[in-house]
Design a protein around this ligand. Structure first.
Ligand code: FES
Length: 160
């Protein structure tokens, strides 16, 4: 798609406006998070509304939202104009849920680590941090799956 000169910015202008290095912009473009176009002189240019997308990437980085999650929500954003107020509300709700999930995971790890303080047992049976996904723990010690009459492994829910 060709763009009008007043609606496009060179990569240098984008760098100056956002403070994001050109190498990072190229990386975001390779990841499909932003798009460039060609002007009448066949120069790579970015539509002005890409500034909004780049701003959202900057916010996501501050929140430690992985680029894979950014790509997921960007896939739902309009490609031909800036995200709207409603778009940003939707995206921010998704990212808030991600932060809440991360907070809960950190609280779980913190709780498990608290159990280790002053313990030092480093037990594969008892220490939740050393053996976090031991689905067979409830069925007793040893190679549970290899013992006749023992139940098969069940995955523990990460929610509880
Ligand atoms: S080191 Fe003993 S419970 Fe983790």
């Amino acid at each position: 798609m060709r763009v009008s000169p007043e609606d496009h910015l060179t990569i240098g202008e984008i760098v100056r406006r956002t403070g994001v290095p050109a190498s990072a912009l190229h990386f975001y473009e390779r990841k499909g998070l932003i798009f460039s176009e060609r002007d009448s002189g066949n120069q790579r240019v970015f539509s002005r509304h890409m500034l909004r997308r780049i701003s959202l990437i900057i916010v996501a980085k501050r929140l430690h939202i992985p680029l894979s999650d950014v790509a997921e929500v960007f896939a739902t954003l309009p490609a031909d104009h800036a995200p709207t107020h409603a778009d940003w509300q939707r995206v921010s709700r998704v990212w808030k849920r991600r932060l809440e999930e991360r907070r809960r995971a950190i609280e779980t790890l913190e709780h498990e680590l608290t159990g280790c303080i002053g313990c030092g047992c480093l037990s594969m049976k008892a220490c939740l941090l050393l053996n976090p996904d031991d689905a067979l723990r409830d069925h007793g010690p040893g190679p549970v799956r290899l013992q006749p009459g023992r139940p098969p492994a069940r995955r523990r829910s990460s929610a509880g």
